[in-house]
Ligand binder design. Structure first.
Ligand SMILES: Nc1ncnc2c1ncn2[C@@H]1O[C@H](COP(=O)(O)OP(=O)(O)OP(=O)(O)O)[C@@H](O)[C@H]1O
Length: 343
């Protein structure tokens, strides 16, 4: 008998082998052992040419996670039809002790009709609370500058932890104003905004990362590296800080220009450095105001790739204000359109 099919040791809920070599085991419940396996594999440098798993129970969720991790064969004590269908569709060899129609749990129900693997994975990360992002709740929010007509009126929307939103609207419709309200820089004149269930002005300092529309008038003698390093966690040791800064600069493709004066960089380069800054900050809510306005085709592809990797890895909550229809189409995120009145 192949080793991965032998009974699980008492108290163990998941065993993973590469061929016949045990490389990982766990005794947690639900999907916890599979997420622990994901973390383990992220740094595992041994052989993984034929990963085989023995799991106590597997519904579609477990099948989705195992497939993402490149598991080729699995033996499951209690498996659902939905899981078997997914395993077979993905060329994973599956065997079982007992097969039932569905696992009686909420996760199985939620995934039943979903087809996008990425969306299923995002949903599982959210249910496992493995998401950096915060929730946004805007209830009947109004805002007027002093002695002016309201710009925002009765605006309600919500974004879940790790969710994404594009805010659209013509010039002057209040998009930047809304970002300022979300950051707590402006207080709504009516209604309420809650970020992570709290008033924005009371949030921990590094919660929100904001990339404003780039302006060219400002001039300070500060390098791109210094701009990024201002955001790094001061509690990390010097070596770790340098690693975080370099990684953030590399991720948006501006490492090579790190020692140049930030204000002599082009608008697009500055936008990328600013994005590095928020990555370094590990912000839980990213607010990006017209992030593509100065970007050439290659840089906008980098931006879309970085945003994409963020939404499946760290999963901060991201809100983007943009006029850029192409960006909207590339990202395919939910859109909130500001049209002056939101009754
Ligand atoms: N500090 C301020 N005091 C008074 N009015 C302001 C202030 N800031 C912005 N406004 C006005 O509020 C309205 C909304 O401005 P806001 O910058 O939020 O719009 P926007 O949708 O971001 O516009 P754009 O697409 O041009 O960036 C505009 O008419 C603007 O002139």
């Amino acid at each position: 008998m192949e080793l991965y099919k032998k009974p699980l040791p008492e108290g163990t809920t998941l065993c993973v082998y590469n061929r016949d070599r045990l490389i990982f085991s766990d005794s947690g419940r639900w999907l916890t052992p599979l997420f622990a396996l994901e973390r383990f594999l992220a740094t595992y440098s041994g052989e993984r040419d034929c990963l085989c798993a023995h799991d106590t129970a597997a519904g579609k969720a477990a099948a989705v996670l195992m497939s993402r991790m490149g598991i080729k064969r699995c033996h499951i004590n209690l498996v659902s039809d939905l899981a078997v269908a997914f395993y077979e569709e993905h060329g994973i060899v599956v065997s079982w002790e007992k097969r039932i129609e569905r696992l009686a749990c909420k996760t199985e129900e939620l995934l039943a009709d979903m087809t996008s693997e990425e969306e299923m994975y995002r949903l599982l990360r959210r249910r496992a609370k493995l998401v950096r992002g915060v929730s946004i709740e805007a209830k009947k929010v109004s805002f007027a500058y002093a002695d002016q007509k309201p710009i925002l009126e009765n605006l309600s929307f919500s974004v879940e932890e790790g969710g994404r939103l594009i805010i659209q609207g013509d010039n002057g419709m209040g998009k930047t104003t809304l970002l300022n309200v979300l950051m707590g820089k402006l207080k709504p004149t009516g209604g309420v905004v809650l970020i992570d269930g709290k008033e924005p002005s009371t949030l921990a300092k590094r919660t929100i990362g904001y990339i404003k529309q780039q302006q060219t008038q400002e001039q300070y003698p500060v390098s791109a590296r210094e701009v990024v390093s201002m955001a790094v966690d001061p509690n990390l040791d010097t070596k770790q800080q340098k690693w975080e800064i370099d990684t953030a600069l590399r991720r948006t493709g501006v490492f090579e220009m790190a020692d140049r004066n930030f204000f002599t960089l082009s608008g697009g380069e500055r936008q990328k450095v600013s994005l590095s800054r928020t990555l370094c900050q590990k912000a839980r809510l990213l607010l990006l105001d017209e992030p593509t306005s100065f970007l050439d085709a290659k840089s906008r592809t980098t931006l879309v790739e970085v945003l994409h990797s963020l939404t499946v890895d760290e999963m901060p909550t991201i809100v983007i204000v943009t006029h850029d229809k192409e960006l909207e189409a590339d990202l395919a995120w939910p859109v909130l359109r500001l049209e002056g009145r939101h009754a």
